[in-house]
Ligand binder design. Structure first.
Ligand SMILES: C[S@@+](CC[C@H](N)C(=O)[O-])C[C@H]1O[C@@H](n2cnc3c(N)ncnc32)[C@H](O)[C@@H]1O
Length: 349
């Protein structure tokens, strides 16, 4: 029937769900942030299954408002509620308790970057740069970021040994550029009792690395090299592993390729680079997490973006690397591992 419209139609309009999902994204994020700020998860961990009134009394907050917040957290799938009693589920226990085995509580608030940059995203697209990029004061941004991301990156780095077998390198020498809290160096040094690491970052961020390496009892095998990773001196052909952990995507294509060339020059023949990042598929549509991370980078950095596995592959091969492999040690965290060939001439930076 050549008729469009109700009630007779052979055309079913698309659902509005993707639009609602985008609108709700804002609320979802802030519900989680508020629950963490109010200590909802740790409090439920202490109290066990509890009515909203009891949790509100413990937290000294408005009971009807807390109930709305708790119901919203249940809607996110981050708490359970049965017969009016709210309780932790396995996801909350693992990722949102402050002593959870894979705690992401510190990561939630910092991962999107400065929130005010998101409300100016259209202006950033108009102007080709954010009004207040994080590069204006990198230490102020990165100190809380690397504190918040440490546990996730350390889990990724420790699990990576089952794929990369860095623990089998005798007296491994590691170069960790833009190391943050040094999760990768800590994992490698813990697995290699005779290993040592050169750890680079801005001086203020290195204070986090010094504290974390002391906590994990590996600080005595670390050398600190503060400064810009494009400018610090690096001994050629001296390292077994070079870590580029979540630094390439802040530097644009030219900067990322330059870091990869620096890594190649620093490695001894047979040494390996580990590039941890969020990689897009070649068509920029199969891995929404990496694609949206590109928007996060655009929102708050001058040159930042996410790149495809093909782009990283080309930069690595151009620098002289071989034997490229993509591994995913834990969910959402991927790394490309590549080797500097034995007996191959150096490629200049
Ligand atoms: C996203 S964090 C990653 C930290 C760590 N590598 C990890 O995987 O968890 C990026 C790090 O690079 C550092 N960084 C950014 N630009 C840098 C530069 N030009 N020179 C040295 N460090 C830099 C930041 O201070 C920050 O610690």
């Amino acid at each position: 029937m050549a008729h469009a419209g109700r009630p007779w139609t052979d055309y079913k309009p698309p659902a509005a769900a993707p639009v609602w999902a985008a609108i709700e994204g804002f609320g979802r994020y802030h519900v989680l942030c508020a629950a963490l700020e109010l200590d909802v998860f740790d409090t439920l961990g202490e109290l066990g299954p509890s009515a909203a009134d009891r949790v509100a009394e413990r937290l000294s907050v408005s009971a009807p408002h807390l109930r709305t917040l708790l119901d919203s957290v249940v809607a996110l799938g981050l708490l359970d509620q049965n017969n009016g009693l709210y309780e932790l589920n396995d996801t909350a226990r693992r990722y949102l308790l402050s002593d959870g085995p894979a705690c992401m509580a510190g990561l939630v608030g910092v991962a999107p970057g400065p929130l005010e940059n998101w409300s100016r995203l259209a202006d950033t697209v108009r102007n080709g740069r954010p009004a207040r990029p994080i590069e204006a004061d990198p230490e102020a941004f990165y100190v809380p970021l690397v504190e918040g991301t440490f546990t996730t990156m350390w889990r990724c780095a420790t699990r990576a040994d089952s794929r990369i077998r860095y623990s089998s390198i005798p007296a491994a020498r590691v170069l960790d550029l833009g190391a943050g809290g040094a999760p990768w160096s800590i994992a490698v040094l813990a697995a290699c009792p005779s290993g040592s690491a050169v750890i680079n970052d801005y001086a203020g961020v290195l204070e986090v690395a010094k504290r974390k390496t002391a906590e994990f009892a590996v600080a005595d095998r670390c050398e600190w090299r503060p400064g810009n990773y494009f400018e610090i001196e690096i001994e050629p052909q001296s390292f077994d592993l070079v870590i580029l952990g979540h630094i390439c995507r802040a530097e644009g294509a030219t900067g990322a390729a330059r870091l990869i060339r620096r890594a190649h020059d620093a490695l001894r023949p047979g040494g390996r680079v580990i590039v941890a990042d969020y990689f897009c598929d070649p068509e920029h549509k199969l891995n929404p997490h990496a694609v949206l991370m590109g928007a996060t980078m655009m929102a708050s950095t001058v040159k930042g973006s996410t790149f495809t596995t093909d782009e990283f592959g080309a930069w690595l091969r151009d620098a002289g690397f071989v034997d490229l492999r993509l591994v995913e040690p834990i969910g959402f965290q991927q790394c490309i591992v590549a080797s500097r060939p034995e007996n191959r001439p150096n490629v200049d930076a």
